[in-house]
Write a protein that binds this ligand. Structure first.
Ligand SMILES: [Zn+2]
Ligand SMILES: [Zn+2]
Length: 231
């Protein structure tokens, strides 16, 4: 089955923006429906995302909903599911930009709070091997990557954006096994999750909250769970 006009326009909007907060994406869909004179009901959003995914999975793409802690909001993210997303380079950047992108991911992941200053980020170009980027070019592409939702900026600090977290999940687990935590419940990478006071395993807030609706222990070490889950 091919996509309807509404589904096509919505997919284009999310793909070109990289990600939207779920609340925002519902408004966008409602607006598209209004423009092409198509009814919008409570089911439209879920049905639209489902129909799009049924179509684009054959191209290894997906619209995925994730909880993104830095903004305390759910995001709808457009991702490439290719196992080697990093090498496949759906953003066909020159090699030195890709190296810089990798260095940036690494610096953020290795930092204590998973945030680095914009200035420190642009300074990473000088440590780049081979043909270095200029700092002004570095600044400009960081801006682009923020726009594309690969990074997120707050108070002159940058961190991993909703798209980097989702799309490079496998890459993080294979390349940064010592630095990233994987949630024992869903096996996906977890940043800013909740940590068990006993075993120090880190869980996604959503995953552990769901688990604790039925149990009271840590899913990993089975000690009593005593880290507050509410924010
Ligand atoms: Zn999880
Ligand atoms: Zn534990």
């Amino acid at each position: 089955m091919s996509l309807s006009a509404v589904q096509r326009i919505f997919l284009q909007a999310v793909a070109s923006n990289g990600a939207f907060k779920v609340a925002e994406s519902k408004d966008i869909l409602k607006d598209i429906c209004g423009r092409v004179d198509s009814a919008y009901t409570d089911e439209t959003y879920g049905e639209t995302v489902e129909a799009i995914n049924a179509k684009i999975r054959e191209f290894n793409q997906e619209l995925k909903t994730i909880m993104y802690p830095p903004e305390k909001a759910n995001f709808l993210v457009f991702i490439n599911l290719t196992t080697d997303a990093m090498n496949k380079v759906q953003f066909d950047k020159p090699k030195q930009e890709l190296d810089f992108f990798r260095d940036l991911l690494m610096a953020i992941i290795k930092s204590e709070e998973k945030y680095i200053g914009i200035l420190d980020a642009t300074n990473l170009v000088s440590t780049n091997k081979g043909k270095a980027l200029t700092k002004s070019r570095a600044q400009a592409i960081i801006e682009e990557w923020i726009e594309e939702k690969y990074f997120f900026e707050k108070d002159y600090q940058i961190t991993l954006g909703p798209r980097a977290i989702t799309e490079f999940s496998n890459y993080f687990q294979s390349e940064f096994a010592d630095e990233v935590n994987s949630c024992p419940l869903c096996k996906q990478v977890s940043f800013w999750g909740l940590t068990c006071t006993e075993c120090k395993e880190e869980f996604h807030r959503d995953c552990i909250t769901t688990y604790l609706k039925k149990k009271t222990d840590c899913p990993f070490c089975h000690a009593a769970w005593n880290t507050p889950v509410n924010q």
